[in-house]
Ligand binder design. Structure first.
Ligand code: GN1
Ligand code: MG
Length: 542
């Protein structure tokens, strides 16, 4: 490493004085104008991580569902996973180092993490459609080149596509070709194979309306559409030509407001879905004949997928162990349905996909989804091999089921939750099972729920345990929540400091929307009073 050159370039990417940032749940995120130095430094860090793991590392420039003016960056580890926790700390140290300390911090990290500085480094880069993303990704490239690393810039990509590229490159193409072409081909081939039976049995073509959040999903889905000559007809909305990224549209807007996005024309009972700004989340929804809006979130997606996979396993007579991983935000009805009706074991982890992903790796088939629509399914090597073997050995209906499983393995992006891949899986399952969106929705009824945000002086005064379902500090808060919950039927509530925003999140569910709203409000007031609320005390009504 040419430390003098690094110091020289570092000065060209000056850190705004006093700015402290934390590598959080989804990397660094803040206003785009404050991120140039972070990008440059993450280029430097990606080179060190690549040298240390002797693998290709990914850098994605995106702020997902956040406003267009924001941006962010995260590193992708060798198997397409989120950056290891110890390196998150290194990232935070490097991002916050004063100009003159950058050299020292780099050497410190190299020493602590036993990085062989003679090793080659290779980094791949992707970015979303934000106006600031191109310039910021150039700063990442500056960091990579000045520290002697090699790179490939994929340019515009969805976040899960970048995870996929990293995974492919580090498994010598075994997982697929590390190009967008390779990604489209792998997924569309699996989809066409999987749905062949549904369509040749006389069913018509699937048709779906997609709200692309005015983001990268629109570009990539449009490219991918060419790979389906028949079978799936997709109409794209909010493609970014006029609207602003994530503004009044996209998966996060639909989930948190529980209403349809602007800019989409919906007929009653028509199946629609929304991606978020970097296309790693998806939610479905429809209007019923009475004009009521129905949201089908990540919990219902996990349920549909679990029931399909369980049926196929039953058909082939193989007892691979399935586990469903959720967070505390999963609707209580979904957990009950999975455990009691479907008899599938359910596990709860902390918020943030890295926690769910990690837990899901413990099973032959690990299905994980956050309620907001971020998730995928992981298949162990043993499961993949068994299924492949059975698809060759078995006959007739059993063979067909094993073949379906083989194709569904290929259709999932096992590197990361992926709106495009999940959408294709869902469309295939609905076609194969002959289910309408209403029938899917009717699997169980969500408990009414409400999420609120409370502003406090220091959100870290709240610490939690039991996968964030219980507050340990400040004293008295959990007791207050317990007492409030007792006042309502079928109720549950919890609070936790957000990992991506400077707020405390409050979640409540109960037997009616009125009760859920009122419980959420009362818990917000308790947080405000006991955890140092700032500004005006929370007001009832939404
Ligand atoms: C309640 C909720 O939806 N939280 C989101 C949000 O995390 P917070 O730590 O709650 O701010 O952003 C994360 C990153 O995108 C996502 O993984 C998570 O599910
Ligand atoms: Mg996202």
């Amino acid at each position: 490493m040419d430390l003098d050159a690094i110091t020289k370039h570092s000065a060209l990417h000056a850190k705004p004085s006093g700015l402290i940032l934390q590598y959080g749940t989804a990397g660094f995120r803040t206003k785009a104008e404050h991120l140039d130095h972070v990008m440059f430094r993450m280029g430097l860090l990606a080179v060190l991580r690549s040298k240390q793991t002797k693998s290709t590392i990914g850098v994605m420039v995106t702020a997902s569902h956040n406003p267009e003016e924001d941006n962010g960056v995260k590193l992708v580890d060798p198997l397409g996973e989120m950056l290891a926790p110890s390196w998150e700390e290194h990232a935070t140290c490097l991002a916050n180092a004063e100009e003159q300390d950058v050299q020292r911090v780099l050497l410190d990290i190299s020493e602590k993490a036993a990085v062989d500085l003679q090793q080659d480094a290779f980094v791949v880069i992707g970015r979303d459609t934000r106006p600031s993303s191109e310039k910021l990704s150039q700063s990442v490239i500056d960091g990579i080149t000045v520290s002697g690393g090699q790179f490939h810039d994929y340019g515009l990509l969805t976040t899960p596509q970048l995870h996929y590229m990293v995974y492919c490159r580090n498994t010598q193409g075994q997982y697929g070709q590390a190009t967008t072409e390779g990604y489209y081909q792998k997924l569309s081939k699996a989809f066409v194979e999987l749905t062949k039976q549904a369509f040749c049995s006389g069913d018509k073509c699937l048709s779906l309306k997609v709200d692309c959040a005015n983001g990268i999903g629109a570009l990539k889905l449009r490219e991918m559409k060419n790979y389906f000559s028949e079978g799936l007809s997709i109409q794209l909305f909010n493609v970014g030509t006029t609207g602003k990224l994530n503004h009044l549209c996209g998966a996060d807007f639909v989930k948190s407001h529980q209403k349809p996005p602007q800019g989409i024309e919906m007929e009653p009972n028509e199946r629609c879905c929304s991606f978020d700004g970097d296309a790693d989340r998806i939610v479905y929804y429809y209007y019923d004949a009475d004009g009521h809006f129905h949201l089908i979130d990540g919990d219902k997606i996990a349920t549909l997928i679990s029931s399909f996979l369980k049926e196929l396993l039953l058909e082939i007579g193989e007892s691979l162990n399935i586990g469903v991983v959720q967070t505390a935000y999963a609707n209580g009805s979904s957990t009950r349905y999975l455990e009691e009706v479907m008899k599938v074991p359910v596990y709860c982890t902390k918020t943030g996909v890295k926690h769910l992903h990690h837990k899901a790796q413990e099973f032959d088939i690990g299905i994980y989804f956050e309620a907001n629509g971020h998730g995928t399914v992981l298949f162990s090597k043993t499961a993949e091999m068994k299924i492949k073997q059975l698809s060759e050995e078995l006959e007739d209906k059993k063979r067909k089921a094993a073949k379906m499983l083989e194709n569904i393995i290929d259709l999932f992006n096992q590197a990361a939750g992926d709106a495009i891949s999940d959408m294709l899986v869902i469309e295939a399952i609905l076609a194969l099972k002959g289910l309408t969106v209403q029938q899917w929705d009717a699997l169980y009824t969500d408990l009414p729920n409400r999420q609120l945000k409370v502003k406090v002086a220091d959100r870290q005064v709240i610490s939690t345990t039991d996968a964030e379902r219980k507050a340990v500090t400040p004293p008295g808060l959990q007791e207050a929540i317990d007492n409030l919950v007792k006042k309502y039927k079928l109720s549950r509530a919890f609070v936790r400091p957000s990992g991506t925003e400077d707020i405390v999140r409050v979640y409540a569910e109960a037997d009616s929307q009125e009760s859920a709203d009122s419980l959420a409000h009362e818990v917000s007031v308790a947080v405000f009073q006991l955890a140092g609320g700032v500004g005006e005390s929370p007001q009832p009504g939404f």
